[in-house]
Design a binder for this molecule. Structure first.
Ligand code: NAP
Ligand code: GCO
Length: 268
């Protein structure tokens, strides 16, 4: 048996594509990958965000390559992957992170809004994975990590489209595992709990009287850790799932939620 070393967790020589990674969770994961030795490439929806992202990575001492690409546009995604393969090399690690949410009561939500959320949060991970997998098969290995959610397991009012998409993303994760495990491609999910990013800022806004947002207080009561997660909380799990240390972990969603899914909630 070969001796275990911490080298199992390093990403030296690997090319990692993280979608929607100018800031937020994607930025934190990509930064951790760079610190673990990977060459980071990322995309975002417009040049302004990409430029801001490149500058933010540079402030961390990271030379990241950024590209403009709407992940819902299959032609643009195929072009993105071809450009990365030419500019940097074949992609070893893909994190499907780009995502949106629309918090609208179901009976007030238009079909167009529902479709837009599903397009970004579910159809796009399919499109990007489909573009990247052939190169991974040629390389003889690959890691795909889909950013799922508490809503891959739970519902709540106003997030019908998001929960449907993230539930589907959990099953897409299992299907990619099933279809490409033999090609030595591991596909897993990360299910963040409630993380303090721009996406959840509306749920944490202070009230006019200076009190905490009711939803903020609710999440604190539902989380054994009694706090919101930070993007840094996701870095170690993301490096683990991108590294050789997880080569026999496949089709799994790793919930990084401070214990929410295990807990009935603090008695009021
Ligand atoms: P965020 O702050 O909204 O960042 C999402 C990123 O994806 C943004 O840069 C966004 O660009 C980009 N994006 C959106 N649509 C895109 C498209 N069509 N093509 C390319 N890029 C696109 O979100 P976050 O909180 O960091 O979350 C990142 C991922 O984690 C999402 O999939 C989210 O569902 C998931 N998640 C978040 C939490 C949480 O509590 N924050 C918990 C569980 C899961 P724009 O700025 O232009 O929108
Ligand atoms: C919401 C939140 C959540 C988080 C995350 C939880 O409105 O309930 O935005 O959906 O974004 O997905 O894991």
């Amino acid at each position: 048996m070969s001796e275990f070393t911490l080298d199992a967790f390093n990403l030296k020589g690997k090319v990692a594509l993280v979608t929607g990674a100018s800031y937020g969770i994607g930025f934190a994961i990509a930064s951790a990958y760079a610190k673990a030795g990977a060459q980071v490439v990322f995309n975002d929806i417009n040049q302004e965000l990409v430029d801001k992202g490149i500058a933010a990575y540079a402030e961390e001492g990271i030379t990241a390559k950024g590209y403009v690409c709407d992940v819902t546009n299959e032609e643009a995604v195929n072009q993105l992957v071809a450009t990365i393969e030419k500019d940097v090399g074949g992609i070893d690690i893909l994190v499907n992170n780009a995502g949106i949410i629309k918090r609208i009561p179901m009976l007030e939500m238009s079909a167009a809004d529902f479709r837009q959320v599903v397009d970004v949060d579910l159809n796009a991970p399919f499109i990007v994975a489909k573009a990247v997998i052939p190169g991974m098969i040629k390389k003889g290995h690959g890691k795909i990590i889909n950013i799922c959610s508490m809503m891959s397991e739970l519902g709540r009012e106003t997030v019908s489209a998001y929960a449907a998409a993230k539930g589907g993303l959990k099953m897409l994760t299992r299907n990619i595992c099933s279809e490409f495990g033999e090609a030595n491609i591991q596909c897993n999910g990360i299910g963040p709990g409630y993380i303090a990013t721009p996406q959840t800022a509306p749920l944490r806004e202070l009230q006019a009287d200076g009190s905490r947002h009711p939803f903020d207080q609710f999440i604190i009561s539902k989380t054994p850790a009694a706090r919101w997660g930070t993007t840094e909380d996701l870095q170690g799990p993301a490096v683990f799932l991108a590294s050789d240390a997880s080569n026999f972990v496949n089709g799994h969603v790793l919930y990084v939620d401070g214990g929410i899914l295990a807990y009935i909630g603090k008695q009021p």
